[in-house]
Design a protein around this ligand. Structure first.
Ligand SMILES: [Ca+2]
Ligand SMILES: [Ca+2]
Length: 127
């Protein structure tokens, strides 16, 4: 083996094997070998970008916005090895995230007019 087999690089090998006897004259036969490569879960989900900036105000100061932001990660593995579930790590505030969609939501998402704030299409003030 000259190099490591990686499912993300090649999923199938097809080659001929030749058998030759030592008779005179030599006789030979051949067979076709097909090797299917199975995926290993060797890639982690990647967020692109890996930093998202949003701004919120407390409800007392905020004009509430019915708004959702989505974080998006991809995984180049195959099948179940590429299925992504979104959760929070150590979050104690009142945000929610769609486990399948990556959609963040909170009743406190508001616009401060900051250039860092991004509002996706369909984001509207509710008050
Ligand atoms: Ca893989
Ligand atoms: Ca994976």
């Amino acid at each position: 083996m000259k190099s490591e087999i990686d499912y993300e690089t090649i999923t199938q090998f097809v080659f001929q094997v030749l058998a030759t006897d030592q008779g005179t004259p030599a006789q030979s036969g051949s067979a076709t070998v097909t090797i299917n490569v199975q995926d290993l879960n060797d890639n982690t989900p990647i967020f692109e970008p890996d930093n998202f900036y949003h701004t919120v105000l407390t409800p007392a100061r905020a004009a509430l916005v019915t708004c959702a932001e989505t974080v998006d990660a991809t995984d180049i593995d195959d099948g179940q090895n590429a299925v992504i579930v979104y959760t929070f790590r150590n979050l104690e505030y009142t945000f929610e995230i769609g486990p399948d969609s990556g959609t963040l939501s909170s009743e406190s998402f508001v616009s401060l007019g900051s250039p860092m704030v991004h509002h996706p299409p369909g984001c509207r003030n509710s008050h």
